[in-house]
Ligand binder design. Structure first.
Ligand code: NAD
Ligand code: ZN
Length: 369
């Protein structure tokens, strides 16, 4: 078991990482609940896999639960479902000092957190992330959002949870493709500023992806500690520190946009390939060695994540991918901050990247055999 403090000024909280934590959710949540009843928001898949366990553990702690079960999938992060969650919480007379529970992946966490930020101008919420991506990334740091017809995550709020409970055993029921996609964000922490952790990933990815509890718990705790450090230093992404978490995301976002934000390429898969492209581009302009860039690509490929742009079979050129990047919400007065690497574990924010050169580089990657 690991307890990681997230030292956000004015809103500190803890992330509890423990094998079997879902069956202790009631006891863990109890100190955060003022009433004997709690509202839980989840999706259909998570309901099927884990509702019984969580409901029983809440009941054993003397807490009755009301459940709102939403459709699974990215489309649920919508205005319509935001209104549905907010109205449902209001009908259940949730008060500002109450905590509601978000049980699920990043979709449920982002949506419920955003609804909580608005209900009565802000009520509390507890994150119980059930995907690897949510456990190592989205449940920590307080970014909440929905998608609109204009783009992904364009409307949202910073709203920190009161508590995060991550149970590595929750991943037992998660499809392997989603586990792998979440693993991309784990590798990201190594590449940002922790070469030793990247080497740990190289040595332990196989065990982790096969479900080894110790490897899972170590990877989650280490990732959460890294994210906690970064968001505590720069909660609202104004100091250029939190931006490091976007490594691989500018390329990845363009690929997700080109594939229509669909099952063709999951977010984590786009990030994995995006990190490979960031490494290769860094090598191209002489920032890092080609050997390090290919070491990163090899690890991504070994775990079964996409490491080759040509293998995606896109019907587009580099210019078109570059144009997708120009619609990135990280655009800042006409320039696009890029995360590049001077080596493994040496990511930095580059502000003077030549986008025409990036397009040429992508043409090369699209044609690469
Ligand atoms: P998700 O919530 O859609 O979950 C993926 C799939 O797994 C869904 O079908 C879900 O129903 C299912 N599922 C979840 N847990 C399960 C379990 N234990 N067993 C069986 N099935 C399970 O997707 P995700 O990858 O967790 O999150 C992606 C979302 O997170 C995106 O909307 C992204 O924008 C957001 N995100 C937010 C942040 C942030 O800082 N807030 C960071 C990264 C990503
Ligand atoms: Zn991400």
């Amino acid at each position: 078991m690991a307890v990681i403090p997230v030292a956000i000024a004015g809103a500190p909280y803890e992330v509890v990482i423990e094998q079997g934590a879902l069956s202790r959710a009631g006891a863990l949540c109890r100190p955060f609940l003022r009433k004997n009843t709690v509202c839980v928001v989840t999706d259909r898949h998570v309901e099927d896999a884990w509702r019984e366990t969580v409901e029983a553990s809440l009941a054993a702690a003397g807490i009755a639960s009301e459940w709102l079960v939403l459709p699974a999938g990215e489309a649920t992060k919508s205005w319509q479902h935001l209104a549905q969650v907010a109205d449902w919480l209001l009908r259940h007379e949730v008060e500002r000092k109450d905590n509601v529970i978000a049980l699920g992946g990043g979709v449920i966490g982002d949506l419920t957190g955003f609804a909580a930020s608005m209900v009565k101008r802000g009520c509390g919420f507890i994150q119980i992330p059930t995907t690897l991506l949510a456990q190592v990334d989205s449940s920590v740091g307080g970014k909440t959002a929905i998608n609109t017809p204009v783009g992904k995550n364009l409307v949202g709020a910073f709203h920190q949870p009161a508590l995060v409970i991550a149970d590595p055993a929750a991943l037992d029921t998660l499809p392997q493709r989603d586990v792998r996609a979440g693993y991309a964000e784990v590798v990201k922490y190594g590449l940002i500023d922790d070469a030793d952790f990247f080497f740990w990933c190289e040595a332990n990815a196989t065990a982790l992806l096969a479900g080894d509890p110790a490897a899972r718990e170590y990877a989650i705790a280490h990732s959460v500690a890294a994210k906690a450090r970064i968001v505590a230093a720069d909660e609202k992404e104004t100091a250029g520190v939190r931006a490091l978490l976007n490594l691989g995301h500018t390329f990845g976002h363009a690929l997700e946009a080109e594939t229509g934000f669909s099952d063709r390429l999951l977010h984590g898969e786009g990030v994995a390939l995006g990190m490979v492209l960031a490494a290769r581009y860094s090598a191209r302009i002489g920032l890092m060695s080609g050997q390090d860039a290919e070491r990163i690509a090899a690890h991504i490929a070994t775990v079964g994540l996409p490491a080759s742009l040509s293998a995606l079979g896109l019907d587009c050129d580099g210019m078109r991918l570059k144009d997708h990047m120009l619609h990135d919400k990280k655009m800042d007065a006409g320039t696009l901050p890029f995360l590049l690497m001077r080596g493994i574990g040496q990511t930095f924010l580059a502000k003077d990247v030549d986008l025409a050169d990036v397009a040429t580089f992508l043409d090369g990657e699209l044609a690469r055999r």
